[in-house]
Design a protein around this ligand. Structure first.
Ligand SMILES: Cc1cc2nc3c(=O)[nH]c(=O)nc-3n(C[C@H](O)[C@H](O)[C@H](O)COP(=O)(O)OP(=O)(O)OC[C@H]3O[C@@H](n4cnc5c(N)ncnc54)[C@H](O)[C@@H]3O)c2cc1C
Length: 360
């Protein structure tokens, strides 16, 4: 099917009418919330792909020609219907300039990317608090789980990513507001949102699986609510640019607007001097742009490292010292294992677990 990541391959067409409206004909493989009052639809005009406002009910009260063909039977995300639709001369109105559809719809897409990052951070926080709460009440082998050293490592490690992601997502939300009136903030937001959407969303499924496991068998049972977090978690990474596409988009944006990388490095430079591991990781990522010929192959690595540095810089400047220390001296210094629960020594697990545990 055409479309998807390759937005410009869209074959839906729009034909101008004398009254200023357009008749839209074509197919859409994925339309979420098709019950919405209006849809933003991309369709081809002679000038190129353009964005249209398509209401479900027309101003005269009649139904627009939007045929729902099938609802998707999805892994999760069941509360949000997703469908296949066909437009048979559906009536729409142009939004933005003809031929500038992608540029127009990107404003909405960027808000949804922020939602994806925020929702992934929320999934992590939700899973962490459920795990910490359970560990405070469940005893095995003669002691509460929360008092057993290896479980403390897992809980603290889960919390590190939950807090780093939450701080980054909230900072991005503030930056989104500032970007409306400040060009530097707009450039910083362009790159920071892209790298963070990629990285925060990528971590959520691993995090959800580990948080679920902290509840043992109960975590696999629907009553615990953990399966819902698990099912929802991969979706945020697929939506609005799945992993590879998001990483490649970031590099493309840097290629087109190199100043976005400069403002990001300025932002990251502001946190130097506090932790040697951070300073070394920042110097290393700056060096990784030297070989441009292999950039596409290394896109996930580079974008992930930039995103980790951004979260680390925010934690160093605005976060809890124990979280900042644990994040930098695991995620940035190469010592962290490939699974949760592999923090090294010297981590203030008491402070981290206290921040993860809901007060009841
Ligand atoms: C529940 C759900 C709801 C959705 N709702 C909507 C909606 O309301 N509106 C809407 O427009 N879309 C919607 N989508 C579609 C979604 O945005 C796309 O599925 C998503 O962007 C991925 O595109 P694709 O399916 O075309 O995958 P593809 O583009 O076929 O990608 C498949 C894989 O290949 C990778 N890939 C693609 N290109 C490259 C490349 N150049 N190099 C390396 N790897 C690459 C991708 O990262 C991915 O892993 C929805 C999807 C889901 C799952």
């Amino acid at each position: 099917k055409q479309g998807g990541s390759d937005v410009r391959a869209n074959t839906t067409t729009a034909v101008a009418q004398a009254d200023g409206s357009f008749l839209i004909t074509g197919h859409k493989w994925f339309t979420s919330a098709p019950n919405s009052d209006l849809l933003l639809v991309l369709a081809q005009l002679p000038e190129g792909l353009s964005c249209f406002f398509v209401p479900r009910i027309l101003p005269d009260g009649s139904r627009n020609n939007i045929a729902l063909q099938r609802l998707k039977n999805k892994l999760g995300n069941h509360s949000n219907a997703s469908s296949e639709v066909e437009y048979h001369e559906a009536v729409g109105w142009l939004v933005g300039e003809p031929g500038r559809g992608v540029r127009t719809i990107i404003e909405m897409v960027n808000m949804t990317r922020l939602d994806c990052a925020t929702a992934s951070a929320a999934v992590m926080r939700n899973g962490t608090t459920a795990a910490a709460h359970h560990a405070n009440y469940r005893s095995a082998f003669g002691a509460k789980l929360v008092d057993q050293p290896l479980m403390r490592n897992v809980l603290a490690d889960l919390h590190v990513d939950a807090e780093a992601s939450t701080l980054t997502a909230l900072w991005l939300a503030d930056l989104t507001d500032r970007a409306m009136r400040d060009e530097r903030a707009a450039q910083l937001r362009r790159i920071s949102l892209a790298i963070s959407k990629y990285f925060i969303c990528k971590r959520a499924p691993m995090h959800a699986a580990e948080a679920l496991e902290c509840l043992g068998g109960n975590g696999y049972v629907e009553d615990s609510r953990m399966p819902r977090l698990f099912r929802e978690s991969p979706l945020m990474s697929i939506w609005e640019g799945s992993g590879n596409v998001a990483a490649l988009d970031t590099l493309r944006a840097i290629g087109r607007e190199p100043q976005t990388l400069e403002v990001l490095f300025d932002e990251l430079d502001a946190a130097t001097g506090a932790d040697r591991a951070y300073d070394d990781a920042l110097a290393a990522v700056k060096g990784s742009f030297a070989d441009m010929s292999t950039l596409e192959y290394r896109a996930r690595d580079i974008v992930g490292r930039l995103a980790s540095l951004l979260s680390a810089s925010l934690l160093i400047r605005h976060g809890h010292p124990a979280v900042a220390d644990a994040y930098v001296n695991s995620r940035l210094d190469g010592s962290w294992g490939s699974v949760y629960g592999t923090l090294g020594g010297g981590v203030d697990t008491a402070a981290l677990i206290a921040r993860a545990t809901p007060k009841v």
